[in-house]
Every structure is written in structure tokens, then in C-alpha cells.
Design a protein around this ligand. Structure first.
Ligand SMILES: [Zn+2]
Length: 330
């Protein structure tokens, strides 16, 4: 993974390149931005270029250091991710993981020029772990670099935010998602383009899904929407039930609703059909938005976005869905 292989994050990569070129790499970066846009890949690309034996503007990709980073075998580059300690528990970064990080960081680098600690989903650190990490951020060893990755940086304590240099990552364009799907999943262009429209700038969602799977779920969703118009709350809850079992499914469900509402707004504003996700459902969309004002639809969109954020913060999926749906029907 080198900088040139990072797609759609020109600004973030430029900042990192520049700071490295001027020898101004800080002790801690905070990479923030939506899920699935390349934050972890970029962290690994930075680790590679910092350890690369060739010491060029980008990682060479072939020296032993580059290969070790790529295969997660470099003794000075460590990736920490949230773990679920009991079955069904929410994955978190725990205090003992931060202690392990501190142990590694207190030693001299073994092979590399720097000791690089990447904390994926750092916003899922338990409070004790965050407090412990703060001590490291206050007095970091000279050759240490911490890269914190977070989709919801606001969940991190202000004391951690103020000690790390923030680099923002953007949602990916449909074009970039299409390219990645073609390159990494070997998809035909037409299929990749259809899927990219559902990605909403995030690769993590579509990379795990096949188009057929996605379309059949979406069809089930559309098949139900007619029943909702009658305001039958129990039918809506019954339909939401299977999606409420886990946060991932609930996130998909709310995402369909968001896409649907986004299309309703586009129809209300008489936007071109090309911008619609559900462009094969124009008569239904028109019928659906007839009784609603633009403000109603914008409120609905905002409400659903908040629900999505809650779900991504691991709020009880059933509760979040029920609250969102009862507002929708009312
Ligand atoms: Zn190299």
C-alpha cells in the first residue's frame, strides 16, 4: 500500500506527504472521516513510507520493510483494533491493549526509524484506555508516531483531540468507488456503477456485498413501502423486526430509508432523474411525496441521519429503529 494507491483522498495524502517531506511528522495524527473511505489504508501507507529502506517520496513496496508492513509483520508497526471480550458484546479498545501499546513504545525501535502505533476505531476506546493513552500523548517517546482513526472523533476526550493533528478524509465519489470495485472485485463496469450509487461514498458497505444480494434486499424493502402509506405501525414494526437483530442490518435498513427520502426530496425539487437511486420507482416516489412538504422531507432526512449515527455508535438497534419508524409514519 503506497500513497499513489490511495484513491479519492488527495487532500489528506498531500498533507501527509508535505509534512513528511519537511520533517514535520507529529507524535500523533487523528485520521477522521466516514467509515470505509480509506483511513486505515492511508495509515498503513504512511507507516510504509516512513519505514521504507528506499526513503523516497513514496514507499517502494518491495524492500523488506515495505513487505513486512504490508503483511502486518513489521516489529515496529502495530495495529490495534477493538475486540469484543464476551459473545455479543460491543467491540472496544480496552485498557490492556493500551498498556501493550505503551510497553512496545517504551522500547527502542527494533528495525525501523519510527515506532508506529495505529489505533483503528479509536473512538471505541473505553474511558480507562483513553486516560492511559493520554499519558503517552503527553510525553511521547521521540521516535513514536500514534495514528488514531475515528469516524466519530467527537466521542474522544478533548484532551486527546487537542494533542493529535487532525487530518480529514472525505466520502468517496461514485467514480472512485466504481474504479475500486472494478479493480479489487473484478466487476464489470456497469455492475460496479450500479453498486457505487448505493455506496454513498463508503467502500466498506459495498465491498462485502454482492449486487444481487443488495438488489434483492432493496426489492423486499420497496415491496413493503406501500403498506407504510396506510400508517399501520404494527406492519412497519413487523417488517423492521429482522433488521433489528443486529446493528449492521439496522444500518442497511436506515440507509435504504435515507436513500428513499433523498430521492423523495429530489423528486419534490424536480431534479433530473439521473440523480435518483430508485430511478425505476418514479411513480411511487411521486405518489409518496405528494402529501409532504419539502420541510417535512428535510426533517425526515435529518431524523434518519441522526438514527444512523446512533446505530453507528452501537445504540440498541431495535429501539433506534422503532423510534425512527414511528416518526416516519406519524
Ligand atoms: Zn520500501
Amino acid at each position: 500500500m503506497s500513497f499513489t494507491e490511495i484513491l479519492g483522498q488527495k487532500r489528506a495524502v498531500e498533507i501527509l506527504r508535505r509534512e513528511r517531506a519537511h520533517d514535520r511528522v507529529p507524535h500523533a495524527y487523528l485520521f477522521c472521516g466516514p467509515e470505509g473511505v480509506g483511513k486505515k489504508r492511508t495509515a498503513l501507507a504512511l507507516a510504509q513510507v516512513l519505514e521504507c529502506a528506499a526513503m523516497g517520496e513514496d514507499a517502494c513496496g518491495s524492500c523488506p520493510a515495505c513487505r513486512k508492513v504490508a503483511h502486518d509483520r513489521h516489529p515496529d508497526v502495530h495495529l490495534f483494533q477493538p475486540v469484543a471480550r464476551t459473545k455479543g458484546a460491543t467491540a472496544k479498545i480496552h485498557i490492556d491493549q493500551v498498556r501493550e501499546l505503551q510497553g512496545v513504545i517504551s522500547l527502542k525501535a527494533m528495525e525501523g526509524r519510527k515506532k508506529i502505533m495505529i489505533l483503528d476505531d479509536a473512538d471505541r476506546m473505553v474511558e480507562q484506555a483513553a486516560n492511559a493513552l493520554l499519558k503517552t500523548l503527553e510525553e511521547p517517546p521521540g521516535d513514536a508516531l500514534l495514528i488514531l482513526i475515528a469516524a466519530f472523533p467527537d466521542l474522544l476526550p478533548a484532551t486527546i483531540l487537542s494533542r493529535s493533528r487532525k487530518v480529514r478524509f472525505q466520502p468517496l465519489s461514485d467514480e472512485v468507488v466504481t474504479q475500486v470495485l472494478m479493480r479489487e472485485k473484478g466487476m464489470e463496469e456497469a455492475e460496479a456503477r450500479s453498486l457505487a450509487r448505493f455506496a454513498q461514498g463508503s467502500l466498506s458497505r459495498v465491498m462485502e456485498m454482492e449486487l444481487d444480494d443488495l438488489l434483492s434486499r432493496r426489492e423486499r424493502f420497496l415491496g413493503e413501502i406501500g403498506r407504510w402509506k396506510e400508517g399501520d405501525l404494527s406492519a412497519v414494526f413487523a417488517f423492521a423486526e429482522p433488521f433489528a437483530k443486529n446493528a449492521g442490518d439496522a444500518i442497511d435498513f436506515v440507509t435504504y430509508l435515507l436513500e428513499w427520502t433523498r430521492d423523495l426530496i429530489a423528486v419534490k425539487l424536480r431534479g433530473p432523474e439521473g440523480v435518483l437511486i430508485y430511478r425505476d420507482q418514479v411513480p411511487d416516489l411521486e405518489a409518496n411525496c405528494r402529501g409532504a412538504t419539502l420541510q417535512d422531507l428535510l426533517d425526515q432526512f435529518e431524523g434518519l441521519q441522526k438514527t444512523l449515527q446512533k446505530l453507528e455508535r452501537n445504540v440498541n438497534p431495535r429501539l433506534a429503529l422503532e423510534v425512527a419508524l414511528s416518526r416516519l409514519v406519524a
